[in-house]
Design a protein around this ligand. Structure first.
Ligand code: ADE
Ligand code: ZN
Length: 323
């Protein structure tokens, strides 16, 4: 069921952290199954912690909740629950982020993480197309990112690209130049979070140093006219997450989100849900938020949805078949 009751626009979800789809109820179910002690009384008590002041205040809860994900079946169920929602949200194709270091650091084998996620992708292949993007945690050492890529190499046939996420400020893209060089050499598509909390200069660095093909968030790019001109000229896609930006205080309110400015500047922007279990909604709710909160027209919403399909890493023939 959509929030509008109108059939949702066909779209691609290109900025979704699969661990960010872990709903509070599932945290409790998995904790019981895996005998993990939680520091919350119940679902309401957990939800009450979802009052975030900035990116780090969210990441603290996001990583803590991952303690309940322990087995291949847990990862499969997490991704399966998300993929089951996709047809109802109009999502025809997903390129989902996952954070292997957040699991391997807890002793979970990377094979179980990737195996579980691909089990779900295969299970839902008849109803939604899906791929995986392996993200490096930018607040951990670059050497650990390199180790993670090496550990993932036996599974590269199931991985579309590499990304960069976690605490942004103080961890510029240039810290990861070498591992992104290696990933591109292996045929993986590079993307990175940049300009979410960090400055426009990080967006420039992600382009120059990492060779990214898409910028995740990139909202602070609007502070730099030359950068905006470059992004427009190159048609670089930006995956914008309005509800996330509001909930993490990256913008003061939905009505002040720079999305209309980005559209007016001719940027190839699309709208996505980031961590929907934490930020108040999946794809459709982000579309209704920008329609109601920013007054975007039906035509602008169609542009956002069309941009998402064009910005995906599927080839044109596959894209046409998905629409
Ligand atoms: N990991 C999960 N969500 C994230 C976000 N919004 N920014 C950076 N890293 C993240
Ligand atoms: Zn994100």
């Amino acid at each position: 069921m959509t929030t509008t009751g109108i059939p949702p626009l066909p779209k691609a979800e290109l900025h979704l952290h699969i661990e960010g789809t872990l709903e509070p109820e599932t945290v409790f179910e998995l904790a019981a199954r895996n005998d993990v002690a939680l520091p919350y009384r119940d679902v309401e008590d957990l939800r009450a912690r979802y009052e975030f002041t900035d990116l780090q205040s969210f990441l603290d809860v996001y990583y803590a909740n991952m303690a309940v994900l322990r087995t291949r079946a847990d990862f499969a169920e997490l991704a399966s629950a998300y993929l089951r929602r996709c047809p109802g949200e109009g999502v025809r194709h997903v390129e989902m982020f996952f954070d292997p270091q957040a699991h391997t650091a807890r002793g979970i084998p990377i094979e179980d993480v990737i195996g579980g996620l691909t089990d779900a992708v295969d299970e839902h292949a008849g109803s939604v197309s899906a791929g995986l993007i392996l993200c490096f945690l930018r607040d951990r050492p670059a050497s650990e990112a390199a180790d993670t890529l090496r550990a993932a190499e036996p599974h590269l046939d199931r991985i579309v690209g590499v990304g960069l996420d976690s605490a942004e400020v103080g961890h510029p893209p240039s810290k990861f130049t070498d591992v992104f060089d290696r990933a591109r050499g292996l045929g993986l598509k590079p993307v990175a979070h940049a300009g979410e909390e960090g400055p426009a200069g990080y967006v420039r660095e992600a382009l120059d140093e990492l060779g990214v093909l898409r910028v995740d968030h990139g909202i602070r790019a609007v502070e730099d006219d030359d950068l905006v001109a470059r992004l427009r000229r190159d048609g670089t896609p930006l995956t914008v997450c309005p509800l996330s930006n509001v909930r993490l205080g990256c913008v003061p309110g939905i009505g002040l989100h720079p999305l209309p400015e980005m559209l007016a500047a001719g940027l190839k922007v699309s709208v996505h849900s980031d961590d929907p279990a934490y930020f108040g909604g999946y794809a459709d709710r982000n579309y209704t938020a920008v329609r109601d909160g920013l007054g975007l027209s039906a035509e602008q919403l169609r542009t956002l949805a069309a941009n998402s399909m064009e910005a995906s890493f599927v080839d044109a023939a596959t894209r046409d078949a998905l629409l």
